[in-house]
Design a protein around this ligand. Structure first.
Ligand code: PMP
Length: 395
């Protein structure tokens, strides 16, 4: 039987760089000790106080269908938080609660792209981006950022790719690069979106993990609240990846359409999860800082280790739970290096190539194991890179 192109072409080939990840997982299942620095999952679990709120809510009976747009309490909490952090007036009518940020990214593209429209995204990119755009029936078009620009996007490059485009998807703090977009970068992007009538879809799921500079939501820039859809999530800020709870913030009339979409797709998010999310967001910044603290510490460890050698380059590590390393001095591709590191030292990192062409010759290291093992793995990685670079120089 025939299947739709929408589903069969969702992942659109490429993505070979995931071989390293699957190989590492196979090695683990066969009993090998592998240091896994691959995916973005905290090494702590959801805080017991949040689980307590979840249990209380479920026992109080919030296990039936919840309101499709989200509970009033969580929508109000998210609106207040967004308003406080961005200065832009925001009410529950600007908020849809979604089963995670990923569902928000999909809904956002469904809302603004017609079949055949172009949805722009920036390379390197979070793995699901092109498939999410294609899933909405649109053509996914990548715009490269460069290591030389420290992966800050250039408005000229986006403009050069903008024919036929209706949307631009950005992500700051960025996965996979760990870069936080500067105010100048975001102002240039906002000007471009206004000039070219592009919806800006702003993925801000790492907004509590900023190590250098400050997070700026482009929705706060002049004139942008009417054409920006912000995607947020409890996953990273509160170590609630498995709870599947996030949101979209945007203009009221778009949220009304999102509610229709949610009615016909997800039918909302469980009430006890939403109550736990409200509790967590109201628990104050200390909890969020505690959850971000291990990454802040390990980022400092990485900076020190990288400063003590000169083979591996460090992309400015400004936010999110990853560091992106430039391993071009070894003469290997990111994929070649990651495979060799796994073979020789049982350390698994993600090849830059799994996040697009622009991250070739790089590897992404997730800071998701305890400090001591993290520092030791990174030291081994640097020593291995130096050996490879020496061999190359001797050839
Ligand atoms: N955006 C980015 C950049 C991510 O890294 C992730 C998860 N790794 C998501 C969105 C989706 O997160 P979730 O659906 O868990 O909120």
């Amino acid at each position: 039987m025939k299947l739709s192109q929408r589903i069969t072409h969702l992942t659109g080939g490429g993505g070979d760089g995931w071989d390293v990840f699957y190989r590492a997982r196979r090695m683990v299942s066969e009993g090998h000790a592998v240091t896994e620095l691959t995916i973005g999952e905290h090494d702590i679990r959801t805080d017991p106080s949040i689980l307590g709120a979840m249990e209380t809510s479920a026992r109080d009976g919030h296990t039936g269908y919840a309101m499709v747009p989200g509970t009033d309490m969580l929508r109000d909490t998210v609106a207040a938080r967004v308003q406080m952090r961005s200065g832009i007036p925001t009410t529950r009518k600007n908020v849809l609660i979604t089963p995670g940020g990923q569902a928000g990214l999909f809904a956002a593209h469904m809302a603004v792209c017609d079949p055949g429209d172009v949805g722009l995204y920036l390379d390197p990119y979070y793995a699901t981006y092109p498939g999410t755009i294609r899933g909405a029936g649109a053509i996914a078009r990548a715009v490269a950022t460069t290591a030389e620009d420290a992966f800050q996007p250039r408005a000229e490059s986006i403009e050069a790719a903008a024919d036929g485009a209706v949307s631009l998807l950005i992500n700051t703090p960025n996965n996979p690069t760990g870069v936080v977009y500067s105010r100048q970068t975001l102002e240039n992007i906002a000007d471009l979106c206004k000039r070219r009538d592009l919806w800006l879809i702003s993925d801000e799921v790492y907004d509590t993990q900023v190590w250098q500079g400050a997070h700026l939501s482009p929705r706060a820039l002049p004139g942008m609240a009417d054409q920006t859809l912000v995607v947020g999530s409890m996953s990273k800020s509160h170590a609630m990846t498995g709870s599947r709870c996030g949101w979209i913030v945007g203009p009221e009339e778009v949220i009304d359409h999102f509610i229709n979409l949610a009615t016909h797709t997800t039918y909302g998010v469980p009430g006890f999860i939403q109550d736990a999310a409200s509790f967590a967001l109201n628990a104050g910044t200390v909890l969020e800082e505690d959850i971000a603290a291990p990454f802040r510490r390990r980022r400092a460890l990485a900076m020190d280790l990288l400063a003590a050698q000169n083979t591996v380059g460090l992309v400015p590590a400004q936010g999110a739970m990853y560091v992106m390393l430039d391993v071009r001095a070894t003469g290997l591709s990111g994929e070649g290096f990651a495979n060799a590191l796994l073979d020789t030292h049982s350390i698994a990192v993600m090849p830059g190539e799994s996040f697009g062409k622009a991250a070739a010759g790089h590897v992404r290291v997730a800071m998701t194991i305890d400090d001591e093992r993290f520092a030791s793995a990174l030291k081994t990685l640097c020593e291995f890179a130096a050996t490879l670079a020496d061999c190359q120089a001797a050839e």
